[in-house]
Each structure stands twice: as C-alpha cells, then as structure tokens.
Design a protein around this ligand. Structure first.
Ligand code: ATP
Length: 303
C-alpha cells in the first residue's frame, strides 16, 4: 500500500519555544490526487510543508514522501518533487529563461524543458525579462514553471494563488487539474481560501492551530454544508416563535427577515407552520451556506 501514497505524515509535530506550530498531524495523500491543505493564516501550513520537504526537522513524528522516509539534509527524493514555497524566490537579476535554465540543470531535466515550461506557464512574452522586474502574478508563474519544469511526480505548492488575478487563478487551476488528470501528477497545495481549493481538490485537510481538524472529500464537504432557508418576513419574531414551537430551528435574523437552518425539503412544512400561525412572509428560498462560512464555523472564525 505504501507505494500508493505520495505523502504519509504521522504525528507530525513542530514546537518552537513560544508556540507549537504543528501538533500530532497525520496526513495521507494518495498518488494522483489533488489534496487541498486549508487553514487560516498562522494555522501551521507552511511549517507542515517545510517538514514534508525535509527543510526543517520535526520535533516529533515522521514523514514519507513517494515511499521514502524524509530526513533533513537527505534530499534524494526532491528530484521527483516540485515545490513552490514562500522562500523559493527567483534570482532577481537573471531573466526568466536564465532562472529556468538553472533549475533545469539542477534537476537534470532535458534541454527542451525550459521552452516547454515557458510555454506551459505562458511566459513567452517575458522570456528575456529580469525576474526582479516581473509583476507579482508573473513571478508566481515563474515559480510554478520552476516547480513543474522537471515533470515531478509530486508538486507541493504553498498558496499558489498568491498574487494572481482572478483570471490567473482560473488558469492555474486548469493547469493543475490537467497535470493531475493527464499526467497523474500528485498535487498538494495549501490555501487559506476554501472556495479556491474546494473547486480543485479531490480531498481537503483543514488545519487549525497546528492540528488537523477534519479531512474530507468534495462530496463530504458538500453534504456537511449547513442548509439554510431564507424567509423574508416583516414579523421575524413571530416567525421564530412559531417555527421553534413546531421544532424548527435554529434561526438567525437578517435584513430581509430570517434565515432558518433547514433543508430544501422542509420548505412545504415551514410554509405550513407559518401559514397556520398567521405569520406573513413573502417567500422561502433555500440557500447553500457559503463554503467560507462553513470553514469559519469549523474554525470558530478565529484568526
Ligand atoms: P500563513 O498562511 O500566514 O503563512 P501558516 O498556516 O503557513 O500561515 P505557519 O507559517 O506554519 O502558518 O506558522 C504557524 C505558527 O508557527 C505561527 O504561529 C507562526 O508564528 C509560528 N512559527 C512559524 N515559524 C516559526 C519559527 N521559525 N519560529 C517561531 N515560530 C514560528
């Protein structure tokens, strides 16, 4: 079974004198899947990624990447891994092409790999531009080009959408999806934006204060979202009273009236309760809870 896992982390822990950045984290990423590693700022994502790549030593626990035990300083497996992490900056005085050429030599990739990566990331126009003079979005593309140039089996991306505009984010999403689906590349990406990873990831791990709170696939995420009914009414207090007497709830007031936690199938019953109680209302519409709300609810909304 080991061969089917791209990443297996067991009880991964990193303690700093003032803070435990990661605590007892178990993580399993299967080969060929896109795994979204989600957490608010400071949740421990970057620290985890550094341990996965052997860049820092865990205080406890172990990591295997592509079937090899990761030990800081022993980086043979890195030849099969592409990464984009905060500290992976390009040489600012070298051009896009020169930066990629260095990466090509470091990773022993074939001659054509630089041109291929430039084309893949649509950097052709900036080929001879110094990396230091690129926009933030194009810097991020260059970082991605470096990560992907040698056709790694696994790519580890720390907040790959950083600095990209909405069109760039969509483009990168398509690119990563294509990598996983067509080339079988495993993608592990971190993000603090749930909607961004939810659209792409086959599975999500939610990390909060250094611990893995929940791991779920996209279907599970969909079914865990809280269903709401929006009920515009001029008499929200009467509506809440009638609904709670009938066993419905909880509900929240909003500008239009109230939002009731209930499934779309409950609409007829809710309508009946309100009509029977003589409570005026102008509609009952099912709302899917915003994914971001789900995430914030799960993490208690604490940053
Ligand atoms: P962000 O999205 O803001 O990068 P993150 O989820 O990647 O957040 P980490 O950078 O892993 O979070 O940080 C987790 C916690 O560990 C934070 O409280 C951070 O201040 C702390 N931390 C990280 N690196 C160190 C370090 N070298 N020394 C001390 N504390 C650290």
């Amino acid at each position: 079974m080991r061969g089917e896992l791209a990443i297996a982390a067991r009880s991964l822990t990193k303690r700093y004198p003032q803070v435990t950045a990661v605590e007892g984290l178990d993580l399993t990423v299967r080969r060929g899947e896109i795994y979204g590693f989600l957490g608010l700022n400071g949740a421990g994502k970057t620290t985890t990624i550094r341990m996965l790549l052997g860049l820092i030593r865990p205080s406890a626990g172990s990591v295997e990447v592509l079937g090899e035990r990761v030990r800081p300083g022993q980086s043979a497996f890195l030849g099969r891994v592409g990464c984009l992490i905060e500290s992976a900056t390009a040489y600012p005085n070298l051009t896009v092409r020169e930066n990629l050429e260095i990466q090509r030599r470091l990773t022993h990739a074939p001659q054509g790999a630089v041109d291929e990566a430039i084309e893949f990331l649509r950097l052709g126009e900036y080929r001879e531009r110094r990396a230091g003079h690129l926009s933030l979005g194009n810097k991020q593309r260059l970082a991605l080009a470096r990560a992907l140039l040698h056709h790694p089996d696994l790519v580890v991306l720390d907040e790959p959408a950083n600095g990209l505009d909405p069109a760039g984010i969509v483009e990168i999403r398509e690119l990563l999806r294509g990598l996983a689906r067509e080339k079988g590349t495993t993608v592990f990406m971190s993000s603090h934006i749930l909607t961004e990873v939810a659209q792409l990831a086959d599975r999500l791990g939610i990390v909060h204060r250094g611990r893995l709170l929940e791991e779920l696939d996209r279907d599970a995420l969909r079914s865990k979202r809280r269903a709401l009914l929006e009920i515009p009414t001029p008499a929200p207090d009467d509506a809440v009273a009638a609904l709670s007497r009938a066993g419905f709830g909880p509900s929240e007031r909003d500008a239009a009236g109230l939002r009731l936690t209930a499934e779309p199938e409950d609409v007829p019953a809710v309508a009946q309760v309100l009509l029977a109680a003589g409570v005026p209302f102008t509609g009952i519409s099912p709302l899917a809870e915003d994914l971001e709300d789900y995430f914030l609810r799960l993490t208690g909304g604490e940053v």
